[in-house]
Design a protein around this ligand. Sequence first.
Ligand code: C2E
Ligand code: MG
Ligand code: MG
Length: 548
Amino acid sequence: MGKNRAGWPTFDKIKAETSVCTDKLLVFDRDFILVENPSNIDLSASVKPNRSFWERFPGLDRRKIELAMRSISENAPPLRITHGVDGSELCDLAIYRIADRIAVIESVRNRHDVERAILLHQATHDALTRLPNRRQFGADLTASLQEIESSEDILSLMQLDLDDFKPVNDTLGHSAGDKLLQFAASRIKGCLDSDDRVYRLAGDEFMIISMGPGHPAKGQRLAEALINAFKRPFTIDNIAVFVGTSIGISVAPQDGTNPEQLMKACDVALHAAKKDGRGCASAFDPALLAILEQKELLRRSLRTALEQQQFFIEYQPLAESDRIVGFEALLRWQHPLLGRIPPIAFIPMAEADGIMSEIGEWVLECACREAMSWPKDYIVAVNISASEFLTSGLTDRVSHTLDLVGFSPDRLELEITETVLLERTVNNLDTLYTLNVLGIRISLDDFGTQYSSLGYLKTFPFDTIKIDRYFIIDLVDDLKSQAIVRCVINLAHDLNMLVIAEGVETQQQAEWLQNAGCDRLQGYLISRPLAVEAIKEFISRPPTLPLG
Ligand code: C2E
Ligand code: MG
Ligand code: MG
């Protein structure tokens, strides 16, 4: 009866199998009329011989099943349906089409067992990717560590994080983000050996446990394979999306023998991988832990630095050819244990922790107060970080501070970088225009080092462009730097903007810049940043200016 297509069951095979287990077989014709009862099911209560499938299984959606069976071809997998029999039992049906017959295998399960199994599965698995979850991971890691204790095996633990997951979620929407996570999960699985295990802990955070005698080299090879697998784009809603992965690796017993140590080591390694750039894997190194612990210490003390008055400002002169025109305020942090911390070490941290606006407000007020004692034609330039700029209410805060201190807006210059203009463009332009209307000057800091879209210069009339030190450092010998600096000066002048060269350290640089028409200079050649106490002396006896 029926053709035996490779891999698919014949009736004989189904009969043989159902006769040795608790599953039962019924055979219907293509009109769903019972034609055979090979398992000798007692049908008297439910259906008499020659009656239909629908009497045996009342309550099923007849239209749907008929439709599905019509489209099931002979070598397709069976249609599977779970059907409640009574309060305590569930019946799973597997419905095969074999030649002109319909074979139905019934297997009855205890409803409570099934529900318990489903609940356990839900509690230990992630619904989106169907991978085991954090809970299962914790249990498996503990068990695996116990296992390697009594063997020579080595365990590699890997933490994967998708590069640029957030932008995909933000720009293409959450459902695209969900699809990306599902695709990422299957791409990870595609790289694993059968005994490696992958888990989704949260968001775009995946973990892999891989163990055996070939580690740690096997772990390294697996990490490389994963990184390569993520170099291919994902196609989501017909859009090719490039999302790499960064991987941290820790190894047991070498980097830790309990789950906490091993996870911490893995996390530290992941941080290092991300610092190396996108699409990198990094193995744990104890030196990394010391760096991270110091960072943690900094982060904790940063929260109290403001109230404990550990911040102060230094001022670096801004010079024209024959006179000083003002100072740039540069924030300093004197840490009670670690000494002076440079702004690049703590500003990104303050931005990430959401406290940069508060610090920035303090800088602005302090700088305006201290500048009150300078000559009336001196300006003060204050840096505004991207996070401060993007926090709503900046213009109100600035004008409130100016009112409070009684500082004239035309003596204030706010320095922003191009990163500010990358996000929420309409609002940002609004903020810039409002500041401009208040009479505050805006300068574009570190020009040329970031995204340098000339479009910004068209959409917003900056007062000043500051050419980054990167182009000044080799200016005298490097023809490319010369070409770029000359071009920026001309461009700025054509757009009615002033140009400041940052990081001017030598007389030759200053002369070259003056010949090229640069308006202002800033750098160690004129002066290093000065403590507030030194400003009075500096103003009363200014140094001979390089181009004076
Ligand atoms: P920036 O605004 O571009 O400031 C110029 C940086 O170059 C300062 O570094 C200054 O000390 C340094 N510099 C000036 N002349 C020379 C020179 O001739 N040679 C060399 N090698 N360096 C020179 P600093 O003070 O370490 O500040 C670094 C960055 O931190 C600043 O770059 C600015 O982006 C940020 N920053 C400083 N203070 C604040 C602040 O109050 N708020 C915000 N948001 N950022 C700030
Ligand atoms: Mg600046
Ligand atoms: Mg700068």
